[in-house]
Each structure stands twice: as C-alpha cells, then as structure tokens.
Design a protein around this ligand. Structure first.
Ligand SMILES: *Cc1c(COP(=O)(O)O)cnc(C)c1O
Length: 235
C-alpha cells in the first residue's frame, strides 16, 4: 500500500466516524485504533507520525515482540487486542498500555500478578462474546457484569472498558442488533462498576466493515485494520 493511500484511508475512516457520531446515543470523542497485524513498522510509523493516529493494536504476541523495538519509539499507545494465553502475559505486560481481550479470571489473575511484580497497573477491558460464538473469545453476555465486578478486586488491573467482536454480518442492520445489545450491557456495566473519577470507560467495538454501525450504536473506540492498510493475506 502506498503511503498516500494510507493517509487517504485514515481520512476517510475519520470522516465516517464523525458522520456516524452524529447519530450516536450520546456525543462521544470516538478513538480510532489501528489494528496493525501483518503491517510493517514503517507503515505504522507513517500512520502515527504523519497522520496523527494515537492508538495501535497488535493481536499476536510473537508479532508484537518482533515489532516492539520500533513501535516503542512512536508517540502512540500500544494496545493488545487479540486472544491472549496466560503463559504469554509475561512477555507483554511491560510493553502494552491496555489489554482488550480479558475474558477469564485466571487470565486476569495472571495479568494482575505479572503487573504487580513490575510495579505497574494495567488498563484492561472485559471482553464479551455478544454473538455467543464458539470460535470467539469473550464471556457470555449474561455473565459480563459479574465477571467485570470480580476484576475490580485486583489491585494491579484497572478495569476501563468493554470490548466485543461481533459475528460476521451481511448488513449494517444486522451489525446494529449486536452493537445495540452490547451498548446496553456497557451502560449497565458503567452503572454497576464504581469507577474512579479518572476513568472514562471505553466501549471497544467496530472493525473495518462495521465501524460506522458501531459508532451509531455508541462505540467509543473502533479497531480498524484492512480499511486503512488494505486486505491482509490469509493467515
Ligand atoms: C484484525 C482485528 C481487527 C481489525 O480487523 P479489520 O477487519 O481488518 O478492520 C479488529 N479487532 C481485532 C481483535 C482484530 O484482530
């Protein structure tokens, strides 16, 4: 992908977010996170340094480690957005600013322990499997609030949002059903969990083919990859 295409794609996505935001349930400052799996660090640096992107998300630990020396030089937050195995937590807890995919207490306990050992607090989002798909991570929607509540007891974790990966849909209307359901859960989450005043909970939902629908339904952070960097080769 040419640099100029990356720039234009980012501008188009930002415009789409802004237009969709006019129809959101509440006015929000929606964050654009670029999902950078398979993207080389030069293109990522261009998006950050030349196009003003402030959030990037990697979703595989080995790839994050490979790219980290370059990524850490960039003025952006690095989030971890993919499925995370407990035994890989130790490699990333000093490298990322936020983990979106926390969906079990054992995983949360491991993050808490590893972060405690290095004297830091990790921002985490509780992931909900809104379509109850076998193939996806996330807790059952009925268990989200109880799960989230258990995370608040851990000292080295700062629960700061909800994340979801919607099932693949054929239309915006279909996406909006899942996103509206997630937004309602997020509202209950915001009411039930007592947040410090310095935490504004995020709702991380929406990807390349669904970010506008997600923003219309109340997303505060979209994770966009291929709409900016082009289609990935099948992994
Ligand atoms: C790859 C990925 C995305 C972005 O997907 P696109 O369809 O390329 O926008 C978002 N979230 C997660 C967790 C991902 O792994």
């Amino acid at each position: 992908m040419e640099k100029e295409d990356i720039r234009q794609n980012i501008e188009r996505v930002l415009k789409g977010i802004k237009e969709a935001g006019a129809h959101a349930p509440v006015k929000a400052d929606v964050k654009l996170l670029l999902a950078t799996k398979t993207v080389n660090t030069e293109d990522i640096a261009y998006a950050v340094n030349e196009c003003g992107v402030r959030y990037i998300g990697e979703n595989r630990v080995p790839e994050l480690l490979e790219k980290y020396e370059e990524l850490k030089k960039l003025p952006c937050s690095i989030h971890f957005i993919g499925t995370l195995q407990k035994n890989k937590v130790k490699y990333i807890c000093d490298k990322v600013d936020c983990i979106h995919s926390v969906d079990s207490l054992p995983l949360a306990l491991e993050i808490d322990k590893r972060c405690g050992a290095i004297g830091r607090v990790m921002d985490v989002y509780a992931e909900v499997n809104i379509g109850r798909e076998e193939s996806k991570g996330g807790v059952d929607p009925d268990l989200l609030l109880e799960f989230a509540d258990s995370l608040t007891k851990l000292k080295n974790i700062r629960l700061s949002g909800v994340m979801t990966m919607a099932p693949r849909c054929e239309s915006d209307a279909e996406y909006e059903k899942y996103f509206t359901k997630t937004y309602r859960l997020y509202i209950d989450f915001c009411k039930k969990i007592s947040f410090n005043r310095d935490v504004i909970p995020e709702l991380s939902m929406g990807m390349s083919n669904s970010y506008e629908a997600a923003v219309r339904c109340g997303s505060t952070l979209v994770r966009v990859g291929s709409a900016v960097f082009g289609e990935r080769a099948k992994q």
